[in-house]
Design a protein around this ligand. Structure first.
Ligand code: AMP
Length: 418
């Protein structure tokens, strides 16, 4: 793929659409568009060029195709656009939630792939239809562009079965595909590569624990560039305490609540939207900034939520470090991991036993990419800002380049035979 080529990255949620246009050679984010509340008469649209907001308004976007069409018109606008024609975009990378066991890497989308994505809808009933809808909208607006699916689950497909399977009868795996998949794979992959580069070493020679801590959070044990275990499971509900999700609980809690008369949807809502920092913090917010300030002000429930959050993360970092035979580095990323020094300090102050010596000043003042461990710390601690969209753009570029090379090879072989 030519270095000057433009790649569009699409993140299509159930009622939102985020679009980022990259110039792949310079890794430059040329423009972004975001539409939320799609399906209503009053959707919100924001269009920014080079990081500066140019348009912010209410629009009528009844579906994702209309939302995409609206934003793409700004990309070619003579005054605030960044390209002359939509033909300049010849590859589109789609963030896709679930690749199941079918997709282990980013994949060029053809009709067979769309059929397989539909087959995976039960694994992500909210996100997958929106992801497929985004692909279909792009096929209409960019009929000549190549579409590539980049899966949130793909980086975790290297987990051994003893890490990814649940100890329930095999038939549930065989019949329903129930197992751990893990999510945030694109982010864990990005920070694995970026932290390795930062340390001046190859990912194949490093053992890392990557901590994506945001509103949704997950950790991954990454051994020699491949995921060995991760905290999210069949769905993104499992693992650490999150903004509004419980993380792992005794499965019998669900059974107890069913027997108390709660429905599956009610329990789903409670565990995904009413729990975590929000559910425990008692301050009507799952935002870490509010939890930290209220805990510091002495609100007991906020302090409890923060302590639970850190407790679970320390537990996983220690466990994952053991599982991979001792980590070379712990990597923090995501909204909390990158920005909340107080939350990081809560975790790092308890990791000396596994060889992480925090540099308190660095932790409370520096911004990533940087070390927040002392120079003589046996295990390095790194803040590495994630960039999932850039990772999607790069992978899209690689898949499309490989496809074009294979077409050229086929053509050359055909010409030779003739
Ligand atoms: P994300 O889902 O990755 O966007 O992360 C959202 C979380 O990051 C929220 O809990 C925010 O409180 C937290 N966060 C974002 N920015 C900051 C900041 N500057 N300081 C502390 N926490 C932050």
């Amino acid at each position: 793929m030519q270095n000057s080529e433009k790649i569009l990255v699409i993140n299509s949620g159930s009622s939102s659409l985020k679009l980022t246009l990259y110039s792949i050679g310079s890794k430059q984010r040329l423009a972004t568009g975001f539409v939320e509340r799609i399906g209503t008469d009053a959707a919100n649209m924001i269009y920014s060029r080079n990081g500066e907001t140019k348009i912010e308004k209410t629009v009528e976007a009844k579906n994702h195709a209309i939302a995409l069409d609206l934003v793409t018109q700004y990309l070619i606008d003579p005054e605030i656009g960044v390209i002359k024609s939509l033909d300049e975009i010849n590859a589109i990378g789609h963030r896709v939630l679930h690749g199941g066991e079918i997709f282990k890497t980013a994949t060029l989308i053809d009709t067979d792939v769309i059929t397989q994505l539909r087959y995976l809808v039960p694994l992500g009933p909210l996100h997958m239809p929106a992801n497929i809808g985004g692909v279909e909208a792009c096929k209409k607006i960019f009929p000549d562009a190549q579409n590539v699916a980049v899966f949130d689950t793909a980086f975790h497909q290297s987990m051994p079965a003893y890490a990814s399977r649940y100890a329930i009868p095999n038939e549930y795996y065989e019949k329903y595909g129930i197992r751990k998949f893990g999510f945030h794979g694109t982010s864990h992959h990005f920070v694995t590569l970026a932290a390795s580069e930062f340390m001046g070493r190859a990912p194949e020679e490093l053992k890392l624990v990557t901590c994506h801590l945001g509103n949704g959070s997950s950790l991954a044990a990454v051994k020699y560039g491949k995921v060995y275990d991760t905290t999210m499971g069949l769905t993104p509900l499992d693992g650490v305490v999150m903004g509004t999700r419980s993380g792992n609980i005794d499965p019998a809690v669900v059974l107890t609540l069913v027997r108390q008369g709660m429905t599956a949807d009610e329990i789903d809502n409670m565990l995904n939207k009413q729990s975590g920092l929000f559910g425990v913090g008692g301050i009507d917010s799952g935002d870490m900034r509010d939890i930290v300030s209220n805990a510091a002000a002495g609100v007991a429930t906020a302090k409890l939520a923060l302590d639970m959050w850190a407790h679970r993360i320390v537990f996983y970092i220690g466990g994952y470090s053991s599982l991979i035979g001792g980590a070379d580095a712990i990597v923090f990323t995501g909204g909390i991991g990158e920005n909340s020094w107080q939350a990081r300090e809560k975790v790092l102050s308890r990791l000396e036993s596994i060889g992480c010596i925090m540099d308190e000043k660095a932790n409370s003042t520096r911004r990533g990419p940087c070390y927040v461990s002392t120079p003589d710390s046996p295990v390095a601690v790194i803040i590495m800002p994630t960039d999932e969209e850039l990772m999607i753009a790069k992978q899209t570029s690689e898949v499309v380049s490989a496809y074009r090379a294979s077409i050229r090879k086929e053509e050359a072989e055909r010409d030779f035979v003739i």
